[in-house]
Design a protein around this ligand. Structure first.
Ligand SMILES: [Mg+2]
Length: 375
């Protein structure tokens, strides 16, 4: 039996010059923080995860020293307890899966179900651009082979958001599926704007319906179960969300009450690979779509790719990509190689044990920081 001998957590910040004006952040981002978690076993094998900052996790490390990395359920249950006490520790679940793959010699996509080693990506944009520029983004996205593009709402005038969807449809017809992220389900720490009401969301949905939008994401606060279910009854556009929902019982409510067509929890934010493999099966058994949020660094993208390709049957998965401000080089900076799609938007996962990536130690040294949050 392998056993864990060491856990190391390090923080990093990549300077962003020029800054990244993320549409869901009221301030342009001048840094991209990352937390790297390494878990090493008694044979010297190391698994790597990334995601939330895990401040204070050192107090709980001892619950994993001596643990078997292959005891997935036990380890995830302890992480769930720690989440209650000290914030989200899910990067360690990802690191343990990477380590488990290195122990068994198998890639994670195979360990979680082996359904496929390939998955198609949709381009997930992050910048509010003028209408003409958004049409160019859509054209480039289609030319690169992506099957779908997600655009962001949240401009000062809703009409300007809606004009983007109309202009893209008018210019490209049905060359691309289009998704719209309303980002009402979460807030940056300093952003106290009220989320939309169900009537407001219904009016927006009516326009999206007209433009054949594939899904409407986070149209209401993540806890507005009643509103989400009502909205879903009122529109034929798929309703998506759940990227920052945490607990299994919350997802049960969202499923049972008919809140979402598309469930988007992210393994580095919620329940890890262990918990979300179970949720993905429940979501698909109910006839809904499971396809994670992946906005973070490439390690999180990679972990979500393995889970979703191996254990789900999503039509496509989020690929954060909006050059020049958001490139794969920026997104994947902790890794030696960027994750790229082929000419038709497909990503093929390797057969390397674990998650199949290497850390760029030089970059990690150069970006070492005491802070790994947006604050
Ligand atoms: Mg989103």
């Amino acid at each position: 039996m392998a056993s864990v001998v060491r856990i190391e957590v390090s923080h990093h910040r990549l300077p962003l010059d020029p800054p990244f004006p993320a549409s869901w952040d009221t301030r342009p981002r001048t840094h991209f923080p990352a937390t790297i978690v390494r878990v090493t076993d008694d044979a010297g094998r190391t698994g790597v995860g990334s995601g939330d900052a895990m401040y204070g996790f050192a107090d709980y490390e001892r619950h994993f020293i001596g643990a078997d990395p292959l005891d997935f359920e036990r380890n995830a249950a302890v992480l769930s307890n720690i989440e209650f006490h000290a914030g989200r520790p899910w990067p360690l679940d990802v690191a343990l899966w990477d380590l488990a793959g290195k122990i068994t010699g198998e890639p994670v996509w195979k360990m979680v179900g082996g359904r496929s080693n390939r998955i198609r990506a949709y381009a997930s944009s992050g910048v509010h651009r003028p209408v003409a520029d958004m049409v160019e983004v859509a054209r480039r996205t289609a030319d690169l082979g992506f099957p779908a593009l997600k655009v962001r709402f949240g401009r000062p005038q809703l009409d300007d958001d809606l004009a983007v969807v109309k202009a893209i449809r008018d210019a490209l017809g049905d060359r691309l599926e289009l998704m719209v992220d309303c980002n009402q389900g979460w807030r940056m720490p300093w952003d106290v704007a009220a989320p939309w009401t169900v009537d407001h969301a219904t009016a927006v949905a009516a326009v999206l319906e007209e433009h054949r939008v594939y899904w409407m994401e986070e149209p209401l606060h993540r806890g507005d179960y009643e509103g989400l279910a009502e909205l879903r009854r009122r529109t034929s556009v798929r309703i998506a969300g759940g990227e920052l929902t945490r607990e299994p019982y919350e997802f049960r409510e969202l499923l049972d009450r008919g809140c979402f067509d598309v469930f988007q929890p992210d393994v580095v934010c919620t329940q890890g690979i262990t918990g979300l493999a179970v949720l993905a099966a429940q979501v698909e058994a109910a006839g809904r779509i499971f396809t994670p949020h992946t906005w973070g660094n490439g390690i999180g993208v990679m972990a979500n790719l393995h889970l979703t390709a191996g254990a789900a049957s999503a039509p496509f998965i989020e690929f954060p990509f909006d050059p020049p401000e958001w490139t794969t080089a920026r997104r994947d900076y902790p890794m030696t190689e960027t994750i790229e799609v082929d000419g038709e938007g497909w990503i093929t996962l390797s057969d390397r044990p674990g998650l199949g990536f290497d850390l760029d130690e030089d970059v990690l040294r150069a970006t070492a920081s005491s802070q790994a949050t947006f604050s």
